[in-house]
Design a protein around this ligand. Structure first.
Ligand code: FAD
Length: 482
């Protein structure tokens, strides 16, 4: 990178806020999708909104691409650097700026760790509801950019439900404010557009979050089933009965084995395990738990157990939240997928995944946010065996195609990023993608903010409607998903 430009960047963030050494840059060459790595030109660590603005003004002047980075736990390559650009890490902007309990609002900087928000308001019996399994390490900025979910989003809603306002630096350095402390701002819902935009529209430098009062009572039930078919049918029956548990999670046999090896949560060894959590007033939880019990028995549950203490409940969740990492116990390598299907399609989709797994000769472990129909198939492979990595990638793409064919989606919560942009044209028709691109161009006309991500082919801003010539692969997208 040009030495003069580096000097200008150094002046903005100070010498300790700029990383250029080859060795240190390697720390930032990937996120949790570790099979793709790119070395950036430099990494900047701003400590204020003003510094972010100054950096983006320079990027705009020099047409220098940039990638925002939170904690780098993303699973779709969203924070993967671009080789001709810089990474802007928000890790130093990690202050909780305001706790407004009477209005149940918290204002934070983007580098604040998800679980730290709850830790701050827990003494007053509040919590921040979106709970990705990575919540002890991922940042709120990353959560906002990915619209992250978690086990308890079934009842409480994804990140987008809990973000009320954002301060955003646009790719030319302009500061804007989207939403605010009150609900339902007039005008276009640009806050909704930004949440889940995966770093392609600018950098969020402040967020106003909604916090929630702790329920009077929480109970967690474990139910062991012969297979995912019976467990899936039990989930559909619960939802059809009008229940809204705070979480319904499912793990298949392989996932249970891996989690047990890592965490010793004392899970029953079975074909499929359901974790059902209910919260609310004591009497309501007791009544609903009796109904959940009955439904599980009606669907051939082999064992049903209620966690007896907060410690036991915490261990049950520790096992579930460690499920991805635990795969290391049973396989040297794995790819985590993130498809969504209608809940009722679960038996059919599971049997198709099983069939593909047998054909490819690769094991697939499954954990699900079952209440949301969000599957996390994990394709297990051994990188040392020639051809296996490629076969695993092909299998995981086929699994997403099954999800689309079932009326679902290629991502429930992990985002498109670098990894799944090739699948976008299978899900969206060209006019859909072109319209998304026009939104992107309105924020970022020079395509500087996390370029090359989310969209299947490089697109420029400035084509008039109808002028864009799609890549042939994009034409196969289906417009009749509705
Ligand atoms: C073990 C494990 C379990 C996981 N479990 C879940 C889960 O249950 N649910 C779930 O949803 N995800 C889960 N994830 C994925 C990941 O943790 C989430 O996507 C998380 O929100 C990423 O946060 P991060 O701070 O690490 O962001 P990063 O990975 O650093 O970045 C993610 C994206 O956000 C953009 N970005 C970051 N900060 C900003 C900002 N301030 N402004 C604009 N764009 C920004 C980046 O450019 C990138 O595109 C899991 C990951 C792991 C490793």
């Amino acid at each position: 990178m040009d030495a003069h430009l580096l000097d200008e960047l150094r002046q903005i963030v100070g010498p300790r806020g700029l990383i250029t050494s080859h060795e240190e840059l390697h720390t930032y060459d990937t996120d949790a999708l570790t099979n793709i790595r790119v070395l950036p030109q430099a990494v900047l660590l701003p400590s204020s909104t003003e510094q972010v603005q100054a950096i983006l003004r320079l990027c705009h002047r020099e047409r220098l691409p940039f990638v925002a980075r939170g904690a780098g736990t993303g699973l779709s390559g969203g924070a993967l650097p671009v080789a001709d650009g810089i990474v802007i890490s928000l890790a130093r902007m990690n202050r909780i700026l305001e706790v407004d309990l009477p209005n149940a609002r918290v204002t934070v900087e983007p580098g604040v760790i998800n679980l730290d928000v709850t830790a701050r308001v827990a003494p007053q019996d509040y919590f921040y509801a979106p709970d990705p399994s990575s919540q002890s390490i991922c940042s709120i900025g990353g959560n906002v950019a990915e619209n992250s979910g978690g086990a308890h989003c079934l009842k409480y809603g994804f990140t987008t439900t809990h973000v009320l306002g954002l301060e955003v630096v646009l790719p030319d350095g302009t500061l804007i404010h989207l939403g605010g402390k009150t609900l339902d701002a007039p005008g276009y819902d640009l806050l909704g557009v930004f949440v889940g935009s995966e770093g392609t529209l600018g950098i969020a430098t402040k967020m106003i979050l909604r916090i929630v009062k702790r329920p009077e009572c929480v109970q967690t039930l474990l139910a062991a089933f012969p297979s995912t078919n019976e467990a899936g049918a039990a989930v559909s029956s619960m939802i059809a009965a009008g229940m809204l548990p705070s979480a319904i999670e499912m793990m298949d046999r392989l996932s249970i084995q891996a989690s047990e090896a890592a965490v010793h949560a004392n899970y029953p060894m079975c074909g499929a395990l359901l974790l059902v959590e209910l919260d609310g007033p004591v009497a309501e939880v007791a009544a609903l738990m009796a109904d959940v019990n009955k439904i599980c028995r009606e669907h051939a549950a082999e064992e049903i157990r209620l966690a007896q203490s907060d410690t036991e409940r915490a261990l049950v969740w520790k096992g579930r939240k460690a499920a991805f990492a635990a795969m290391g116990r049973i396989s040297p390598n794995y790819i985590v997928q993130d498809g969504v299907i209608p809940r009722t399609a679960l038996p059919r989709v599971m049997s198709e995944i099983d069939q593909l797994s047998q054909e490819a000769g690769l094991r697939v472990a499954n954990v699900f946010h079952a209440g949301d129909g969000n599957l996390h198939p994990m394709v297990l492979y051994d990188q040392r065996i020639p051809g296996q990595e490629h076969a695993a990638e092909a299998l995981s793409s086929k699994i997403l195609e099954i999800c689309i064919a079932a009326g679902g989606s290629i991502t429930g919560e992990h985002g498109v990023g670098e990894d799944k942009k090739k699948m976008m044209s299978k899900m969206f028709a060209e006019p859909d993608l072109a319209t998304m691109q026009r939104v992107r161009c309105a924020f970022d006309p020079y395509n500087l903010s996390n370029p090359t991500k989310v969209f299947p082919t490089p697109r420029l801003c400035g084509e008039k409607p109808g002028e864009y010539k799609p890549h042939p692969a994009e034409i196969s997208g289906s417009a009749d998903r509705f």
